[in-house]
Design a protein around this ligand. Structure first.
Ligand SMILES: Nc1nc2c(c(=O)[nH]1)N[C@H]1C(S)=C(S)[C@@H](COP(=O)(O)O)O[C@H]1N2
Ligand SMILES: [Mo]
Length: 219
């Protein structure tokens, strides 16, 4: 008898916690933007999770964004400092994962080149190596980031990023395969190592990661 009560209590608890997440999902779905300037946007609230260690929960009070390497001024920003000090921009950008899914969303973020200007890049710097809270890394050419006005995003479809979507910052790596869109960014390292290979790149994915080229490294 006790066993039955225990089991039913446990299932009620499990059901209740399931409902809480569904509640939260419905709440987010009701406020996210799904149309922008006549374009339909994908819902970002989906159950897919392709990241190496699952969604990361970052405590914003402990969080720092570090900018270091070949710069004149090494910087450590709090979340608030990033949001308060930089001009904000919005863009509709589509992510393509190598697994076949895509998602078109409205992103809000700051320009990485504004961060570069404040840091002061060494003339020989060519590459940015991004580091994330889950140990993931990826890299991109500085030229690509500057020429394409690449954003460090903190909002998607009008909503502050959720842990699953990469809170507090995700790289909006326009025209690059999904594995370049690093989530939970903690460090921006300015380097001259063009051959640096991040997590997936060192496992055979193309280092340049251009959408109009194969993601297999054919070099
Ligand atoms: N920190 C971190 N960022 C990451 C990953 C990861 O495992 N860790 N996976 C990448 C891959 S392969 C893809 S396709 C996208 C998926 O992002 P989404 O599921 O939030 O759309 O995140 C990218 N960014
Ligand atoms: Mo991916």
């Amino acid at each position: 008898m006790h066993k039955i009560i225990l089991i039913s209590m446990m299932s009620i608890l499990i059901l209740a916690s399931g409902c809480a997440t569904h509640e939260r999902i419905r709440e987010l779905q009701s406020v996210e933007i799904r149309e922008y300037e006549g374009e339909d946007l994908s819902s970002f609230i989906e159950f897919r999770d392709t990241s190496i260690k699952g969604p990361q929960r970052i405590d914003i009070l402990d969080y720092e964004l570090k900018v270091f390497g070949m710069v004149s001024n090494t910087r450590n920003y709090t979340y608030e400092e990033v949001l308060d000090n930089y001009q904000k921009y919005q863009k509709v950008v589509k992510i393509y994962c190598v697994e076949g899914w895509t998602s078109k969303n409205l992103w809000e973020g700051i320009l990485l080149k504004d961060i570069f200007n404040e840091a002061g890049l060494a003339p020989k710097a060519s590459t940015v190596i991004f580091h994330a809270y889950d140990g993931y890394t990826t890299s991109l050419p500085i030229d690509y980031i500057i020429k394409n006005d690449i954003l460090l995003g903190y909002k998607i479809n009008g909503i502050t990023l959720t842990p699953g979507a990469g809170y507090p910052f995700t790289l909006v790596a326009e025209d690059k395969w999904g594995y370049k869109w690093i989530k939970w960014v903690t460090k921006i390292e300015i380097s001259d190592d063009e051959d640096y290979r991040g997590y997936w790149e060192s496992r055979g994915y193309s280092n340049i990661g251009d959408l109009n080229k194969s993601f297999y490294d054919l070099s």
